[in-house]
Design a binder for this molecule. Structure first.
Ligand SMILES: Nc1ncnc2c1ncn2[C@@H]1O[C@H](COP(=O)(O)OP(=O)(O)OP(=O)(O)O)[C@@H](O)[C@H]1O
Ligand SMILES: [Mg+2]
Length: 264
């Protein structure tokens, strides 16, 4: 059974106020997507094709107009009370803009400890011990614990956000353009960290990006999205990894479109 499955999902946004006509510009248009347990599924597509919308539906932050979002075979809308809480605990997210995703007045230990405070009865000293361990896990030092967000570089703050996502040992983490705001060096360092975490934790990752090079590094399989639905799956990336060649004609044309130009 899929860990997460979207079936025939439609989603559109009302435009032009209350009397506006519901127009499907970009929304989701009969989206089917399966995410199996373990490993990393990449979700690739051009800007505006509906990747983040898909992510919000998977996290239960928005509801589909039609179709189903299933978590271990159950429709998210059926989950209530303790089950809903368990789902929320098990599904974490890392966004592109780390500065926008943290409270600027919170020190790192408090940022990382927030989900622990929400879901566990835990004392401050215990929280600091857990935060120190998580900082080390993402390649930072426990001496970073009392820093405020503006005292970190972009790459470091993204690691703090990753530590927060790991705090509850979730089954699933969604990364929405999580390295897109970083320079090439930090991108590659954070991607290496994610690959290591994928191996060591067994957590299921969904990695959303418009950048094929990033996805090829971190994903085991890639779903390509166009116009609010999956246009095809590239499930075997081994050939790509070894030869660097793209044999699938559809993927090849997309690779040409999506790969950023080589640096001068
Ligand atoms: N809350 C909203 N209200 C109105 N329109 C929305 C809303 N959220 C998304 N959209 C529209 O839905 C479409 C898909 O948006 P989405 O953010 O999912 O794209 P994306 O693939 O994540 O793009 P990007 O790569 O730029 O992040 C866009 O046309 C967007 O304008
Ligand atoms: Mg997006």
């Amino acid at each position: 059974m899929s860990f997460i499955e979207l079936k025939g999902v439609q989603k559109s946004y009302r435009q032009g106020g209350l009397l506006g006509i519901r127009r499907r510009i970009g929304g989701l248009n009969g989206l089917d997507l399966k995410i199996m347990s373990g490993g990393c599924r990449g979700l690739l597509g051009a800007s505006g094709c509906g990747k983040s919308t898909t992510g919000r539906l998977i996290l239960g932050l928005e509801q589909p107009d039609e179709g189903h979002v299933l978590y271990k075979g159950r429709d998210l809308r059926e989950l209530k009370g303790a089950e809903r809480r368990e789902f929320r605990r098990n599904s974490q997210v890392v966004f592109q803009n780390s500065h926008g995703a943290v409270n600027p007045r919170f020190q790192a230990w408090k940022i990382i400890g927030e989900p622990l405070m929400n879901f566990e009865k835990i004392s401050i000293p215990e929280l600091r011990v857990r935060a120190a361990g998580l900082l080390k896990k993402v390649g930072l030092s426990e001496t970073d614990m009392d820093k405020l967000p503006h005292q970190f570089s972009g790459g470091e703050l993204q690691r703090v956000c990753i530590a927060r996502a790991l705090a509850l040992s979730p089954e699933f983490i969604l990364f929405d353009e999580a390295v897109s705001a970083l320079d090439m060096l930090n991108q590659s360092l954070v991607l290496e960290l994610l690959m290591e975490l994928k191996r060591s934790t067994g957590t299921t990752f969904l990695f959303i990006s418009h950048d094929m090079r990033v996805l090829l590094k971190v994903s085991d399989s890639i779903a390509v999205m166009e116009g609010g639905r999956i246009s095809f799956y590239a499930d075997d990336l081994s050939e790509l990894e070894t030869s660097g060649a793209v044999s699938d004609p559809a993927l090849r044309s997309l690779a040409g479109a999506v790969l950023p130009p080589e640096p001068l």
